[in-house]
Design a protein around this ligand. Structure first.
Ligand code: NAD
Ligand code: ZN
Length: 380
């Protein structure tokens, strides 16, 4: 038992009071974990584009005040009633989509869409009692994705937590708790390119480049990167991307350009932009007869996917995935092991680091499209 178990912990958190306004460093009170919950001390967290969308709240449900953050690493401080699989001091990664272990999805080999703990961007409270574990002078602050990692301490459902190798460096593997595993799994678990395939990646942020890493591991012969931001192309060369296309330089639909480059279309495509037009292009650029497209980006709530049914009839497959189809508790520890065994390079995704007090800089970098992942050090 830790000395703080059962007590409220006062600590620092970066609170978003209003959409699009800089986060404010506040003293918050973090309540103890309830049944099946775990309170963790966050060590490192990083910014993923999903945080940014819900902070901007353009085309997403606004819910404020809120503590964002879902890509992180931490250490268990205390556990609630009925938690048997975590102990104080365990090294953990919180995940935005959970695994209760009991439902049909958790029991299915094919799904990671847990009935109880699947991603829910509009829920701002804990499942147990529909209340927040965070407050400032008695005012509740909303949770985000059940993780809220932009706080020195947070409370998460034990099903949304993966216990990892205690030797793994927390300042690096934090990025495996969302973006990198999502991209990697979208290729390896969902698109499943065969050796020698051609693969198109739409969006060369951290998620897209992790998808490219998956294509490289799978033995793709050509990896075509598509992005509107030319700064991304230099970085992408380090990730095995072999060709680059900027839609801004083309005067016709990008799917036509790709079809021409690849004699009819790529074998696999993975969309990691969140832009609806890129999603449609990503689907229409796969080869008929066998092509598979995987949607990963988070679209605007109102966005509608439109394509001619003949594109599907001609034997193209369209899929989508959360968290690269990894089951967070069962599979994430093995992704950490891929890093420990040097099968997966994580370091090259981390282009910036800032102390927690300067968390708004991470938002500025992402808004400017600079770098891939900015890791935020909670102890500085
Ligand atoms: P990022 O901002 O670092 O990268 C996105 C890239 O897409 C940028 O380089 C941008 O220039 C490019 N882009 C935007 N619109 C484009 C277009 N129309 N055509 C070509 N390129 C375009 O973001 P990220 O953190 O890598 O996340 C990528 C996406 O994946 C986001 O939508 C994020 O919300 C989503 N995401 C999904 C999951 C999941 O489980 N499905 C998990 C994590 C992130
Ligand atoms: Zn479940």
């Amino acid at each position: 038992m830790s000395s703080s178990a059962g007590l409220i912990i006062p600590c620092k958190a970066a609170v978003a009071w209003e959409a699009g306004k800089p986060l404010v460093m506040e003293q918050v009170e973090v309540a103890p974990p309830q049944a099946l919950e775990v309170r963790i001390q966050i060590k490192y967290t990083s910014l993923c584009h999903t945080d940014l969308y819900f902070w901007e709240a353009k085309g997403q449900t606004p819910l404020f005040p809120r503590i964002f953050g879902h890509e992180a690493s931490g250490i268990v401080e205390s556990v609630g009633e009925g938690v048997n699989d975590f102990q104080v001091g365990d090294h953990v990664l919180p995940v935005f989509t959970g695994e209760c272990g009991q439902c049909r999805h958790c029991k299915s080999e094919e799904s990671n869409m847990c009935d109880l703990l699947r991603i829910n961007t509009d829920r701002g409270f804990m499942l147990n009692d529909g209340k927040s574990r965070f407050s400032i002078d008695g005012q509740p602050i909303h949770h985000f994705l059940g993780t809220s990692t932009f706080s020195e301490y947070t409370v998460v459902h034990s099903g949304s937590l993966a216990k990892i190798n205690p030797l793994a460096p927390l300042d690096k593997v934090c990025v495996l708790s969302c973006g990198i595993s999502t991209g990697l799994g979208s290729t390896l678990n969902v698109a499943k390119p065969k050796q020698g395939s051609t693969v198109a990646i739409f969006g060369l942020g951290a998620v897209g480049l992790a998808a490219a890493e998956g294509a490289r591991i799978a033995g793709a012969s050509r990896i075509i990167g598509i992005d509107l931001n030319p700064k991304r192309f230099e970085e992408a060369k380090k990730f095995g991307v072999t060709e680059f296309v900027n839609p801004k330089d083309q005067d016709r639909p990008i799917q036509e350009v790709i079809a021409e480059m690849t004699d009819g279309g790529v074998d696999r495509s993975i969309e990691c932009t969140g832009n609806i037009n890129a999603m449609i292009s990503a689907f229409e650029c796969v080869h008929d007869g066998w092509g598979v497209a995987v949607l990963v980006g988070v679209p605007n709530k109102e966005a509608v996917f439109m394509t001619k049914p003949i594109n599907l009839l001609s034997e193209r497959t369209l899929k989508g995935s959360f968290f690269g189809n990894y089951k967070p508790r069962t599979d994430l520890p093995s992704v950490v092991e891929m890093y420990m065994n040097k099968k997966l390079d994580v370091d090259k995704f981390i282009t910036h680091r800032v102390p927690f007090s300067e968390i708004n800089k991470a938002f500025d970098l992402m808004l400017k499209g600079e770098g891939l992942r900015c890791v935020i050090d909670m102890e500085k």
